[in-house]
Structures are given as structure tokens and as C-alpha cells.
Ligand binder design. Structure first.
Ligand SMILES: Cc1cc2nc3c(=O)[nH]c(=O)nc-3n(C[C@H](O)[C@H](O)[C@H](O)COP(=O)(O)O)c2cc1C
Length: 444
């Protein structure tokens, strides 16, 4: 089972092995998975949430107090995930899972999630062998969609020897990639019942990248984007043919959401001009909604000067109908020709505006979606646009591109040969752009 593009919620409870879940998070990211974290209060005493927030590039879902700011966080977080991984699982949370107690983020997510759950116990040998823990683990093994990982014997952190160690992070990843992985089982089940989505669950697709409201990264002076502002374009545009019909494209807006989330997590103030799209932005990101390419053009141009960076992620229609009919075009059963005229080129107008201003450095990144002659088209578009970089991306096969979490992409820069495109998560792509912008702004 390939973990690239998988969305994994990591539940962290308060055992001495918490530091190992940081390593696990990094290993999962290296495999291309997107990881979000929720923690119990006790876990935060072992490793600060900031560590997990920095590693996951996303605020951590902390104690239920955060629910006040975002009422359905305890549902959004687990519903976002393809897999809920509780590492380490204390005797305490295992007891809660088994008994149906849900009074902290980790146990709340366990109860409300509809994806497969994997629980990795870690505790002292006497605790592990206690009748209560044995019984509770047995109960969990009987739950549908729940896997309890074997706890190896060996030397424990407390100095005693016996069963109760946390399975090593590399072994957990190996298990998730293997044939017995609950992700593999979910994929098999979903291909057997294609209408059920990523895995058998009834919930509608939740907003991507739920963000806890209790951390505001823009206030954190230690983050590299602190004091900087990025303007993003997002989604697609709709070009009216008549009052009920339009020309558009298949962009879901997921890449823009990943970008907004990663810029925000790095401390940037994020403003988005968004056309129609399905994916939702995290709280803390300012969004202005527009419909057509011309609306987007005007909204972007009026916000340009205050931005330190502009990333043109939106899939803007190159053409629009020359005239939008005032009333619905009737079906006359005869051939209909719609004359198209070019839309304004927002990227080029931004670089031209930058050139005419004697202002501080502004970094401009464009996007180029190509279906053939990738390198030539990207190099040509970059040169004509005057941008500092172009994110070349290609929709391929059934599991990447539009509406998916994976994409084939390369960051193209002037004067440098076009790199070979690689497959990665949209969060990885976003991270590469954020790193580039930071470097160009001199903050990296
Ligand atoms: C230094 C220290 C290490 C601990 N290690 C573990 C552990 O490995 N496993 C465990 O189940 N409890 C461990 N505990 C006890 C838990 O922290 C305690 O039961 C806590 O209430 C768990 O809360 P949580 O399940 O909400 O995270 C440890 C406590 C301390 C002080």
C-alpha cells in the first residue's frame, strides 16, 4: 500500500514514548502522507504541541476547549482522515476507547472517526499485563475497523524489562504499507463498492485541513513567514454563456488549500482570491470570493501592492464567451457557435505591475497545467510571464491531479533546466513553493 497522498490523523496520548510519534510523523511524511495531529493534555507535557504543529505544518487539535472556536473539530478532524493512528496509546486512552468515554481530543476522535483505526499501546509491563488493560485491548480487537498493534517485549523506559514497548515507528510504517494494512483493506473495500469513496464511510468529504483555532501562527515571531503577506488565487473561474450556463474546468481548489495552510502554518498572513471550488480553507485565512476571470483579475490587482508574495494557483479560464446572453439560450436543435475572446492574463499583469513599481521585493509564482510537451510549454510560459517560478503540474491517471491529494509536479525557475516532474502530495508541492518564497524573500 502506497502511503503517498494518504491523510493520516495521529492521536498522541501521554506516555514516555511520545517523542517516537514525532519520528513516526516524519517517516509518514517522507512516504508522501499528510499528517495531522491531535493530543491529550498529558501528551503535551511530554512533547510541546508546537513540535507537532511545526512538523505537520498545521495547528494541532488540542483539548476540547478548542471546540468552542470550531464547533465540529472533533468530527472534522477524524472525518478528514483516511486512517486514525493512535501512537502511543496509554492505558488510560485504551480504557476510554474500550468503554466509550470521549472527554479529550484523542478519545473524541476515536469515537467519531469512520475510517480505520490503528492503536499502538505503550506502557510499563505491569500496566500492560494488568487485567484491565488486557480486557480493554481485547475489547478493542473486537471493534470493527480497529487494529491493535503488537507491543514488543524488551527494556522499557522505566528500566524494567517486559512487554509494553511501543512498536518502532519504522515497523509501524512497514505495517501500514504491507498487505495487512487497514488502508489496503479499505482500498479493496472501496474498489468493490465504488460509490463509497476512499474507504467505507458514509460521511461526506469534510473540509480539508481542519485547523484548530487556538493557535494563530501569524502571531508567532519565531516562524519564518512572520510579518509577511501572501496573496493566493484559488479555484476555477466560471465564464457565463447565459444566466444558467458557463464555461469552466475541473479544478477542485485542493492545491490552493494546501498552499494557504502551509503558508499560514509558516506564519504568513494569507489572503486568497478564490473562484468557485469545493475544498474549504482553514480558519485564519482571509478569502474573497469571485466568479469570473475578470472579477479575479480586478480583485487581485487591487490587492497587489501590499503582498510580499503572489502565488497564482487558480485555474483561470483563458477564454470567455464574447457575449453572455441575458436570457437562457433556447434549444433550437440547430448548431450553436459560441465566440470566445481571451480573458486578461492575471499573472502577466501582476509581473508587469511589479516591474512598473519601484517597491520592495515581491515574489511571484505562477502555475502551468500541461498535458503534453511539459518542459517546453513550462519554459515558454515562465519566460513570457516574467514570474520568478512556475509550478508545472500534470493531471495523470485516476489517482492524482484534479480533486486528488497527489499531483505530478516540478518547480521551474528561470535559467535552470526544467527538473523532472515527481509525484507528491499537494502539501509537499505547497511546502516546496513556501520554501522557495521564503528563500527569495531572504527568510529561509
Ligand atoms: C514520566 C511518566 C511516564 C509515563 N508513561 C506512560 C506510558 O508509557 N504509558 C501509559 O499508559 N501511561 C504512562 N504514564 C501515565 C500517564 O501519563 C497518565 O495515565 C495520564 O493520565 C495519561 O493521560 P492520557 O491518556 O490522557 O494521555 C506516564 C506518566 C509519567 C509521569
Amino acid at each position: 500500500m502506497n502511503l503517498a497522498g494518504k491523510k493520516i490523523l495521529l492521536g498522541v496520548s501521554g506516555g514516555i514514548a511520545v517523542y517516537k510519534s514525532c519520528e513516526l510523523l516524519r517517516l509518514l511524511q517522507k512516504k508522501g502522507a499528510t499528517v495531522r495531529v491531535c493530543m491529550t493534555d498529558a501528551a503535551t507535557e511530554f512533547v510541546a504541541p508546537l513540535t507537532f504543529a511545526s512538523l505537520s505544518k498545521c495547528p494541532v487539535y488540542l483539548k476540547s476547549g478548542a471546540v468552542e472556536a470550531r464547533p465540529f473539530q472533533h468530527i472534522d478532524f477524524p472525518r478528514w482522515a483516511d486512517l486514525y493512528l493512535v501512537v502511543p496509546a496509554t492505558a488510560n486512552v485504551i480504557g476510554k476507547f474500550a468503554c466509550g468515554i470521549a472527554d479529550d481530543p484523542v478519545s473524541l476522535c476515536f469515537m467519531s472517526c469512520t475510517c480505520p483505526r490503528v492503536v499502538a499501546p505503550a506502557m510499563n509491563v505491569a500496566m500492560y499485563n494488568s487485567p484491565a488493560v488486557k480486557r480493554n485491548l481485547e475489547i478493542l480487537r473486537g471493534f470493527e475497523d480497529t487494529t491493535v498493534l503488537e507491543s514488543p517485549a524488551g527494556e522499557l523506559a522505566c528500566g524494567e524489562v517486559g512487554q509494553g514497548r511501543l512498536m518502532e515507528p519504522a515497523e509501524i510504517v512497514e505495517f501500514l504499507e504491507g498487505e495487512g494494512s487497514p488502508l489496503a483493506a479499505a482500498a479493496r473495500a472501496s474498489s468493490a463498492t465504488p460509490s463509497s469513496g476512499g474507504h467505507p464511510r458514509n460521511a461526506p468529504e469534510p473540509p480539508a485541513f481542519p485547523v484548530a483555532q487556538d493557535i494563530d501562527p501569524t502571531q508567532d515571531a519565531t516562524l519564518p513567514g512572520h510579518g509577511k503577506k501572501v496573496l493566493l488565487t484559488a479555484g476555477r473561474t466560471e465564464e457565463a454563456i447565459d444566466p444558467v450556463r458557463y464555461i469552466s474546468n475541473r479544478s477542485s481548489g485542493k492545491t490552493a488549500v494546501a498552499l494557504a495552510s502551509v503558508f499560514y502554518a509558516n506564519g504568513f498572513e494569507v489572503e486568497v482570491v478564490a473562484g468557485p471550488m469545493e475544498a474549504a480553507f482553514p480558519g485564519g485565512v482571509k478569502v474573497t470570493r469571485v466568479q469570473s476571470a475578470r472579477d479575479m483579475h480586478d480583485a487581485v490587482m487591487s490587492r497587489l501592492t501590499s503582498a510580499d508574495a503572489v502565488v497564482h494557483c487558480a485555474a483561470v479560464a483563458d477564454y470567455r464567451p464574447a457575449h453572455a446572453a441575458d436570457a437562457k439560450i433556447k434549444d433550437s436543435r440547430s448548431q450553436l457557435t459560441i465566440e470566445l475572446v481571451p480573458n486578461p492574463n492575471i499573472l502577466r499583469d501582476c509581473t508587469a505591475a511589479r516591474a512598473s513599481r519601484a517597491a520592495a521585493r515581491q515574489v511571484i509564482v505562477g502555475f502551468a497545467l500541461e498535458t503534453d510537451h511539459f518542459e517546453e510549454h513550462a519554459a515558454e510560459k515562465l519566460q513570457k510571464s516574467g514570474a520568478d517560478a512556475l509550478l508545472l503540474n500534470a493531471p495523470v491517471a485516476n489517482d492524482s491531479g484534479f480533486g486528488h491529494d497527489c499531483v505530478r509536479y516540478a518547480l521551474v525557475r528561470p535559467g535552470v533546466p526544467v527538473p523532472e516532474m515527481k509525484m507528491g502530495g499537494k502539501v509537499d508541492l505547497a511546502q516546496e513553493i513556501v520554501d522557495f518564497v521564503l528563500k527569495e524573500l531572504g527568510n529561509a
